[in-house]
Design a protein around this ligand. Sequence first.
Ligand SMILES: [Mn+2]
Length: 254
Amino acid sequence: MRVAALYDIHGNLPALDAVLAEIATLGCDRIVIGGDVALGPMPRETLARLDGLGERVGWIRGNCDREMGAALERPPDPAKPWEARLRWAAGCLTPAQCQRLAGLPLRITLDIGGLGPVLFCHATPRSDEEVVTRLSPEARLAETLAGIPERVVISGHTHVQFDREVQGRRWINAGSVGMPYQGRTGAYWVMLGPGVDLRRTAYDADAAARRIEASGFPDAERFARQELLAPITAAAASERFEQMSVQARAKSSA
Ligand SMILES: [Mn+2]
């Protein structure tokens, strides 16, 4: 069995379409959507495209899938980064679609020839928002893997690909289809079975940026520039996320 894992699409339909075209030429049996699928400039169209793929798609929930539905059920919180974008994207979907996204499972396991049972989660097996990067100390990763029998774990959330060995297990970050922090344009994902193939699919980011700017997404021009046309490097993003993680952990234990 070959499984394509597409994480953090973030409503970037042109990036998704480029990856789906590549998958069609490579061939695969299943597609796992690794969360954070709709929060971005083309939420409705992105969901429609994936729903059109039918039964071979498996879904798990990302933190943004959970937060989109919740955003419309609470007063606006201007202190939250991306508040306007959250509310806009949630408003593009039906309440039923928001509920469906918020109700997706935190993780799924698929048996993949050559790899064995593979656990798919958005951030870590126990959380849809815990930060793990290529720089995270092994002891912290070991803590998040406690009680997990699978020898291979696939995650996303931090939008930078990695392939790490942790306590005899292999932990792979699939990267991000729609908002990768890899220092160059493209859509990042992973093909699994029998090996692990971390991939970058090139697409026309300038054309995508023009579509995004016409979408009505809040602050779309800035999104297109920062997230598509001139993304920060993997090293810079990993350091930034790691610092945020250390601060969040210090705050929660204080
Ligand atoms: Mn994300």
